[in-house]
Design a protein around this ligand. Structure first.
Ligand SMILES: NC(=O)c1ccc[n+]([C@@H]2O[C@H](COP(=O)([O-])OP(=O)(O)OC[C@H]3O[C@@H](n4cnc5c(N)ncnc54)[C@H](OP(=O)(O)O)[C@@H]3O)[C@@H](O)[C@H]2O)c1
Length: 335
């Protein structure tokens, strides 16, 4: 399929793990993609972007023309850093609101935003979820079609277990580690984003999503040690200790406080699973990391599914055709 037949997509967050996976899949499937980034060299394959827009989501004056000619915006932009500045309110909240304003101003039809699993519940405890849920609400009220994804943890988060086992020989779980999670690969997620862009049934919906296998956090820790062929040393960190740590950090480092509150939520919540997507397996991902691959390589080396490069089913194909019909009617003035 030629990219001229498909919606034109802006990806924000494409230098990161989730957005990078989405960008890669959209490029493979023939979409014309513009990537918003501060540092283009951080993109996986800059040469495959239709266009690279250098700008700072947190500085709206750098975003003029960002969404010109764009049909769909995808944003996973957000900070996951322990650095004090910029804060999650400047990046996750205001940065994404700036993108939303640019999209509204420039006539984008569909806005896809990544929030977090159990977002409204988590927002009562964790400022990260609060910031992202406020953006999700603004997206819903924007007048554009929207899809809010509320994913559980991705493979890059699970890799933290692996690296702790590898570097320190020990993993500290948040709580007893009995909470359930079905971790998601960014490429599986990217394939779902591609389907969502084409299929109207996922318009104006909030979807809690996860991967194809469910584990407890403790089982994931065990899997990491198995991949490394090491004796497991797994300890628990009580939610009270995490909560105390958050309180002590708050006056000095708001981002660290916000991350601790996120960990506390995970420690206290028995189930953060979402609707099952995809087929890529965490065990294979860990095995690739154990061979010394980077996060991106470890994911790319998971074998492609037989039909992952094509629109997935007849519903999607029909949607592509109706998208083309709609574009044609607009061009000849019927709509
Ligand atoms: N990973 C997960 O398990 C998970 C699960 C659920 C929800 N989420 C949400 O999804 C978001 C993205 O996750 P990720 O794993 O893809 O994170 P990531 O790998 O750290 O990527 C973050 C993206 O945001 C951009 N960004 C960060 N700070 C910025 C700033 N000050 N100005 C402009 N752009 C900035 C980064 O661009 P640069 O390269 O320019 O820094 C990068 O493209 C998270 O913040 C989180 O709230 C993540």
């Amino acid at each position: 399929m030629n990219h001229r037949d498909l919606p034109r997509v802006l990806v924000a967050g494409g230098t990161g793990y989730i957005g990078g996976g989405v960008l890669e899949v959209l490029q493979q499937q023939g979409f014309w993609v513009r990537a918003l980034c501060r540092a283009p060299h951080r993109l996986r394959e800059p040469s495959r972007c239709g266009d690279i827009f250098e700008g700072h989501a947190t500085r709206p004056e750098t975003l003029k023309g960002l969404c010109q000619g764009i049909d769909v915006v995808f944003s996973s932009l957000g900070t996951r850093s322990f650095s004090r500045k910029p804060t999650i309110w400047e990046v996750d909240y205001q940065g994404n609101l700036n993108l939303l304003e640019a999209a509204k101003r420039e006539g984008v039809k569909h806005f896809i935003f990544v929030s977090v699993v159990r977002g409204s519940e988590m927002a009562r405890l964790s400022p990260i979820a609060e910031a992202r849920e406020k953006v999700a609400q603004a997206v819903k009220e924007s007048g554009m079609d929207y899809t809010i994804f509320a994913p559980t943890g991705f493979f890059n988060d699970m890799a933290e277990f692996f690296f702790a086992a590898q570097k320190r020989g020990a993993i500290r779980l948040f709580g007893e580690g009995l909470g359930r999670i079905n971790p998601l690969s960014a490429l599986d997620f990217g394939e779902e984003v591609a389907r969502t862009i084409l299929a109207s049934k996922w318009r104006n919906a909030v979807r809690e999503v996860g991967g194809c296998e469910t584990f407890t956090h403790r089982q994931i820790a065990e899997l990491a040690f198995q991949a490394l062929d090491k004796e497991p040393h797994i300890y628990s960190l009580s939610p009270w200790v995490i909560s105390l740590g958050a309180t002590l950090l708050r006056p000095f480092n708001y981002n660290a406080y916000a991350l601790f509150k996120f960990f506390e939520f995970i420690a206290r919540t028995p189930d953060v699973t979402g609707e099952v997507l995809g087929w890529r397996r965490l065990e294979d991902f860990f095995a690739n990391l154990a061979q010394g691959m980077s996060l991106v390589e470890a994911e790319q080396a998971l074998c492609p599914s037989p039909n992952s490069n094509q629109p997935q089913d007849s519903t999607t194909l029909e949607t592509v055709l109706s998208w083309q019909a709609l574009k044609l009617s607009v061009e000849i003035g019927c709509v």
